[in-house]
Structure formats: C-alpha cells, structure tokens
Design a binder for this molecule. Structure first.
Ligand SMILES: [Zn+2]
Length: 419
C-alpha cells in the first residue's frame, strides 16, 4: 500500500511523572500505546456527527453550558468511562505503533477519524469535570489527549504528525490553559507543570519526521522504476521522448471534488433538511459556515457542480472529468502503464529530478530551530516546493515547511502555559 501513503501525503500535511504512574498504577504490561487506544475505540460509542461537530467547536469551558440536548444526552451515557480510562492508559505507555509487524504489511494507517472523535469527547468530558470542580480527573484527561497527539506523531508519517499536532494545539493545550485559568488546587497545577517541563525540546520532532519521510520517498521513487504506473495518477507524460511532464489534471480535479463533497456532507449533517436559502447559494453557505477555507475549482476548466447521491445527499461532480466515486471503484492502485512513463522513470532526467527532491528534504532536515532566521528560512523552503519546476517536487511532496512552522508554534504555546 505504498501508493496509499503517497496519496495521503498528497492531501495536504512520555513523560508521565513517576508519582502519577504509581498512584494510578498505569504501568502497562504491553508498552505499545496503540493496543490501549484500539481497545478504547472498542468501548467508545462515536457521537452523532452533529454532536461531534459541536464538541469540535468548544474552545472555552464557559461554552459547555450551551450544549444541545443531544450532546447532553450523549455525555450522560456513563458507559464511555471505560474508553476514557483506556485512553489514559494508552497515554501513559512509553511507545506507540499501530503497525508493529511492519514486515508483514506496510499498511500502517491508524484509525485517525475515530481517534480524533475520542479525543474531542475526552476533551469535553474533561471540561465538564473541571467545571464540577474535579480538576484532578480533568488534568489527567488533557494530559492523555496530549500524549495521544505525541504518540501519533511518533507512529509514522507526516499526516500522522499533523493529526497529532492538531490534537495537542487545538484540544489539549487549549484546555490546559482554560484549566489553569480556573485556579485549580496547587497539586493539580504542579502535576501539569511537571508534565509540561518534562516534554522534549523541541516538542515536535520535525527532523525525525522529515528523515522518515525522506526514506519513504526514496523507496517509493525507487519502486516506481519497476512499476511506472504508480506515478501515473500524479503525473502525465504528454509525449514520449519530449519528456513533457504535467500534473494529472483529472487527479487534481478529483481531489477537489472530494474536498467539496466532504464539506457538503458536513453541511447537510448540520442542516437536515437543507433550508432553501442555503441550497440557493451553497458556495456562500460553505464559506460563511467555515466548512471550506476557499472554494475549490477544476484545474482543467470544468465546472464543479452538485448531484444527488442514492441516499438523497448532495455530492460534488465535475462537468469535464470523471467523478471521484467512479475512480474509487476502479481500483486506483493499478492505473495502466504507458510507454512514455516507462521511458521517463528509466531516464537520467528522472534520476536528476529524484536527486533534487531528496536534497530538498535534506535542507529541511538541516534547518535549526534555534536559528533566529528559522521561520523565514522554513517559509522560503515552502515557496521553493510550491514554485519548483521539478514536477516530482511540485506534485508528490507535501509542503513540509508547514511542519517546521508547527514545531515552533507548539513550543510557543507550551512556553506560554509555563509562564
Ligand atoms: Zn474537473
């Protein structure tokens, strides 16, 4: 499933105190946190989508009192306690791998969506406990969410790292700040400070992430030599011999169709049925409701429109290109091979482009966060990725400058909490 990894890339982007370990008896028989997280998901009943979206919007504990009745009903279900306990036990584990038998399979994708749902639920549960004066349980939950984020980063690829970053920045650290603002008892504050002080520096291991990413890329681009079709979804060789390479517009369009469809489904989850005022101007509704940051367009001049799925939901299609749904059912892993592509991946030009790509990663790895010019250099590297005339760089690598910025941001937030 190497192609799946690269597909994910193209979509973009343990330290518990000895005292708390002893008190909670969280010493695990298996050091792999993923085992506990998966067990937690086994107990976890995912919330209805509308409740989950409500949970994701809470940034201040004061907002907890404005919950909908369905959110309240969901939170009242005490059967979820087991899932929260297992989340905490996972957080206390020293390692995390969702793919411990990597020699058997390299399909290592963790169940991101459900883990994020669990984290959002734990975050709201922690907020409720803090409001009820149970600060000790609240801080344990926020620490567990932070650890889940850190574990995801350690598990693997850039995408995992970005999910892990989001959990820490948007949930754990925000809630820790809220909690500190509520004047918790000294022992709770001390526990939190001990946790924060024991975090690695920098907290996000961008060097390690990029090093691992570089290895994945090198292996993928090497495998392409014997399986040129792997590149076909991303790049078109327009004419054999001339080496004219372009990004595959159909592929880009289908990615945009998926983005728009996801936003549409989320909108319909919140408004069911859709009011006529919304259907009359979907674009405005999607942007104003923050379902989308910007409205995607077809790169090949087609028009993105909507159609009804069998269940009546609106989804996105393009007037010019095949629908993403159709391409999904046609086994996207094995596109047809072409003579032009075979010649390209076995040419010296291909080797040159690969070498250029690898050296760009190396530059990213070499960046030093203590350099006062760090952010400017990271942004410059990002621009070079985006504007590169090297079709491999432009097409298949994520803008990894983002990772470098995230590292800095997380450090700043944590320092802010400590002061
Ligand atoms: Zn299109």
């Amino acid at each position: 499933m190497k192609i799946a990894r690269v597909l994910i890339l193209s979509f973009f982007l343990f330290h518990l105190t000895i005292a708390s370990r002893a008190a909670d008896n969280l010493g695990a028989n298996d050091p792999n946190a993923a085992v506990r997280y998966l067990m937690a998901l086994g107990w976890f009943i995912p919330p209805p989508k509308s409740v989950d979206r409500e949970f994701s919007r809470i940034s201040d504990f004061a907002e907890l009192k404005n919950q909908s009745s369905s959110a309240q009903e969901y939170l009242d279900n005490s059967a979820q306690t087991k899932a929260l306990q297992l989340l905490k036990r996972g957080g206390a584990c020293p390692n995390c791998s969702f793919n411990p038998d990597s020699s058997l399979s390299d399909d290592s994708i963790p169940p991101y969506e459900r883990l994020e749902q669990l984290a959002r639920f734990a975050n709201v549960s922690g907020g409720m406990r803090a409001r009820d004066g149970n600060f000790s349980e609240a801080v344990d939950l926020f620490i567990a969410i932070y650890q889940l984020g850190q574990h995801l980063e350690e598990d693997g690829q850039i995408y995992s790292a970005m999910v892990g970053y989001g959990l820490r920045k948007n949930l754990a650290l925000v809630s820790m700040k809220n909690l500190l603002g509520m004047n918790p008892p000294p022992e709770v504050r001390t526990k939190l400070m001990q946790f924060l002080n024991a975090l690695p520096n920098p907290v996000l291991g961008s060097k390690r992430i990029l090093e691992r990413e570089r290895v994945i890329m090198i292996n993928f681009l090497r495998e392409v030599k014997s399986r040129p079709a792997l590149l076909q979804g991303f790049i078109l060789v327009e004419a054999s011999g001339t080496q004219k390479l372009t990004r595959n517009p159909e592929k880009m369009c289908q990615e945009n169709q998926i983005t728009l469809t996801r936003a549409l489904l989320a909108l319909q989850q919140d408004f069911d049925p859709l009011p006529a005022t919304v259907t009359a101007n979907l674009k405005t509704a999607l942007l104003a409701g923050h379902y989308l940051d910007k409205f995607p367009v077809c790169p090949g001049g087609g028009r993105l429109g909507t159609t009804h799925r069998a269940d009546g939901k609106l989804i996105c299609v393009c007037s010019k290109h095949a629908s993403w749904m159709k391409s999904d059912s046609q086994n996207p892993d094995v596109p047809e091979d072409s003579k032009g592509m075979r010649e390209f991946v076995n040419s010296p030009e291909y080797d040159r482009l690969v070498a250029e790509l690898v050296s760009l990663y190396s530059e990213g790895i070499a960046l030093d966060q203590s350099d006062p010019d760090y952010l400017r250099k990271a942004a410059e590297l990002g621009t070079r990725v985006e504007t590169s005339d090297n079709v491999l760089i432009k097409t298949i690598i994520p803008n990894f400058a983002k990772i470098l910025e995230c590292q800095k941001k997380l450090d700043e937030l944590i320092n802010d909490l400590k002061n």
